[in-house]
Design a protein around this ligand. Structure first.
Ligand code: CDP
Ligand code: MG
Length: 750
């Protein structure tokens, strides 16, 4: 229902008023401090300097996030206010009342759908109920999560509740990280991991029950698992399959799973008042921060949850708010600021579940991970700017990009619901009521409808599933995205002309990564540079390792440039990793060089895992001692489709689609002029940028894929003049130059 107009008006004007007042207040305070301490420099620019200059500054109101704590090297203890014991907490969850009903239903049915409000205890409790009811006699209990963070945090929580060490009775597996053992009875994992297990064991023989959790997220892996498990269930009557979710179209799901029953868990939720922004917000970050301050100053106690789109946004918001509150000093109450996103180290993640000490307020800046995957108790206020970042296939450039996109109405309502778990709450929507009703889609589009499917299709092919058109998808992906994936796999030589998987493709499917990466890895074996390629691929898999702290950007860039390889970013990454290893993988090395130690350590883990896969496939690990040509040629073997040629007018143009692109300013090739380059991905900001770029020789493209490229003038021997064009037009209707019967068939039926 729509809220009364005056409420909106109130909120709208408050926002503006508080904003101005607060800014003024902040400025005055700052000026005062600066006068007193006689500093000419703006202290808000740098927290370390600030700390040094004002070591007697009243720190009572300090807001401390983990990264800040590290920076400031200070200790803050979070008070523990838990009044209920773990057992009491378990019994207080809505799902507890349904315990015997659920167990009975699972005993009587092979497939079951369970729908319940977020936080009702589905993820943490149902697995334990099954364990307590002896369901692990002939197999273990598996529970999938679309997100890594959720899998890890839930496994931790459940191991505490069960009273065991993580990895013993309760464990988790995520890509490149396995915390399970032979003792493990309850196993949480990402849906992607279970999908990979299906590759080796389609009948899921080690499981007695599999719970597909967060089914409403409709990730590609969950969607594929729907079909695989439905099939496995029909072949294995003793396998139980439970599909759980916060909100979903239960009728559709029930029909898909052979008309299985649906159980609803009545939630305990409180009403949430919705406040819309009066006019569209130009800058949702600023509006969100202002709203935080507005709530903190004017509203009753209760924690605040702010939904943002990604890590960078969240980190910078934490920093800005931290500085803001610091300058305000005693004027306001204490605020604890916490970031939540997938890449966060797990020590920090557990902080978000700690109860807020009395008299303080917690602000959590989260990605849409906090929508349903994790529940933070004590939230009374939700600030929803209305956006999230989604992986979307961009047909124009022929690849996937993370794009900030408006959320759906269903998501907005989920977000709202987070404010009503502990008591009546408020949800501040930083968009207009009309935007909600007229511009937002009712529900989110399943990922499978908009993502690159090459990895998924390669896995299905490796499982012997050839007839993709009749694969039992709940919502089949669009034909053209299947065609595109098949084409890509064909060009990478993982499928043959008839669309059957090749020996190479089978090997590629063993690597839990994009086929372009696994192709380069496999080529590195014959090119005698597998050790280097493993490092480069590991570095590409983790998040950006370079760190540019505010106020020290130039210093950081200077340090970074010392690692730069003249031929580009891939060799630069190799350089960084090798030097870090030579330095004994020390933290000191990272601090001095502005590198994320955590990301490098993860790269080391990934490297180890890739080496294990190499060993299992009996592939040799060979070093070429950094031979740049050999390494670049090997990269081209996987990334030849991501090639661009310099264009005197627009910078660069991709060869396959003629899209105008530039070299990303963070690239080591920025400002250099090479004729031909390959890139890892395209980033869309103010324009299309190539990220992770390496210079190449054009003839390498022809060598790598003679059926993808041809020289325009085959008689031209002048290298300067040689031009390369794609052999076929990926958007053309007729394809005469190559034949792929299964693809053609797919096209025709489309
Ligand atoms: O899956 P569902 O959303 O239904 O609930 P859940 O994730 O099982 O959470 C049940 C309760 O456990 C909530 O009150 C959470 O706050 C708590 N929990 C926690 O304290 N720490 C975690 N890592 C996960 C859940
Ligand atoms: Mg859950």
């Amino acid at each position: 229902p729509r809220g009364p107009m005056n409420r909106q008006a109130r909120y709208g004007s408050n926002l503006i008023k508080s904003h101005r007042e607060e800014k003024l207040h902040q400025k005055k305070n700052l000026e005062k401090i600066m006068r007193q301490k006689n500093v000419s420099e703006d202290p808000t620019l740098n927290s370390n300097k600030f700390k040094k200059k004002f070591n007697n500054f009243n720190e009572k109101n300090l807001v401390v996030t983990d990264w800040e704590r590290k920076n400031l090297n200070e200790k803050i203890t979070f008070g523990k206010h838990t009044t209920l014991s773990l057992t009491e907490q378990r019994k207080s969850l809505p799902v507890y009342k349904m315990r015997s009903e659920l167990i009975d239903a699972i005993k009587q049915n092979q497939f079951l759908i369970i729908v319940g409000e977020t936080g009702s205890g589905k993820t943490t409790q149902i697995t334990q109920y099954l364990y307590e009811s002896n369901f692990t006699k002939n197999g273990i209990i598996g529970c999938t999560q679309p997100r890594r963070v959720a899998a890890v945090s839930v496994a931790k929580r459940v191991s505490e509740e069960v009273g065991c060490k993580l990895g013993e009775k309760v464990g988790y597996t995520i890509r490149f990280e396995d915390h399970t053992s032979s003792q493990t009875k309850i196993k949480y994992m990402t849906d992607g991991m279970l999908q990979r297990e299906a590759l080796i064991d389609p009948l899921m023989s080690k499981y007695s029950v599999i719970m597909l959790d967060e089914a409403h997220e409709r990730t590609v892996a969950t969607d594929v698992l729907f079909a695989l498990l439905k099939d496995a269930g029909q072949k294995r009557p003793d396998l139980k399959i439970i599909v759980t979710s916060a909100t979903l179209d239960s009728k559709k799901f029930s029909e898909y799973f052979l008309n299985c029953p649906v159980i609803n868990i009545p939630g305990k939720t409180f009403p949430v008042e919705v406040l819309y922004s009066q006019s569209p917000q130009m800058d949702y970050i600023e509006a969100a921060l202002d709203t935080v301050m507005e709530i903190h100053i004017n509203e009753e106690p209760g924690d605040i949850l702010v939904f943002l789109t990604g890590q960078e946004e969240i980190d910078s918001c934490c920093e800005i708010l931290y500085q803001k509150v610091k300058t305000l000093g005693d004027a306001i109450g204490e605020l604890i600021i916490l970031p939540v996103y997938s890449a966060l180290p797990s020590e920090v993640q557990s902080k978000i579940f700690e109860p807020t000490p009395k008299g303080k307020r917690k602000v959590v800046f989260a990605t849409n991970i906090a929508e349903t995957s994790i529940t933070i108790d004590g939230i009374f206020y939700v600030i929803d700017p209305g956006y999230s970042k989604v992986n979307t296939f961009n047909p124009r450039v022929g690849m996937e990009q993370l794009i900030v996109t408006p959320i759906s109405q269903a998501q907005a309502n989920q977000r709202k619901g987070r404010a009503g778990r502990t008591g009546p709450g408020k949800c501040y929507r930083l968009y207009t009521e009309s935007a909600f009703f007229n511009e937002m889609l009712p529900t989110t589009i399943p990922e499978i409808q908009r993502q690159n499917l090459s990895n998924t299709i390669l896995m299905l092919k490796a499982m012997g599933i050839n007839d993709l058109l009749n694969f039992g998808f709940m919502d089949p992906p669009p034909r053209n995205s299947m065609v595109r994936a098949l084409e890509e796999l064909y060009h990478l030589e993982s499928l043959d002309q008839d669309g059957n998987i090749t020996q190479l493709g089978l090997k590629m499917s063993q690597f839990p990564m994009d086929p372009k990466l696994s192709r380069s890895l496999l080529t590195s074996v014959s090119n005698n540079c597998s050790q280097e390629m493993i490092i480069i691929m590991s570095m590409l898999t983790v998040q950006n390792i370079f760190y540019r702290p505010k106020g020290k950007q130039q210093e950081a860039d200077l340090k970074k440039s010392k690692f730069h390889h003249p031929y580009g970013d891939h060799l630069t990454l190799l350089n960084v990793y090798n030097q870090w290893e030579i330095a004994g993988c020390s933290e000191q090395f990272c601090t001095v060089n502005f590198l994320h130690q955590r990301h490098l350590r993860r790269a080391k883990d990934v490297k180890k895992q890739l080496e294990t896969i190499f060993k299992n496939l009996k592939l040799p690990l060979i070093k070429c001692y950094g031979d740049p040509d050999l390494i670049r040629k090997t990269l081209v073997a996987g990334f030849f489709m991501n090639a661009a040629k310099r264009d005197s007018e627009v910078g660069y143009k991709t060869i396959s689609s003629n899209t105008e692109v530039g070299i990303h300013p963070s690239s080591s090739l920025f400002g250099r002029e090479y004729e031909y380059v390959i890139y890892h991905s395209l980033v869309l900001t103010s324009r299309e940028y190539m990220s992770q770029v390496t210079s190449i020789e054009p003839n390498w493209l022809l060598e790598a894929s003679p059926h993808f490229y041809k020289p325009t003038d085959e008689n031209s021997h002048s290298r300067k003049k040689a031009k390369i064009v794609p052999l076929y037009d990926r958007f053309a209707k007729d394809q005469n130059s190559w034949r792929l019967s299964s693809i053609r068939q797919t096209r025709e039926r489309a």
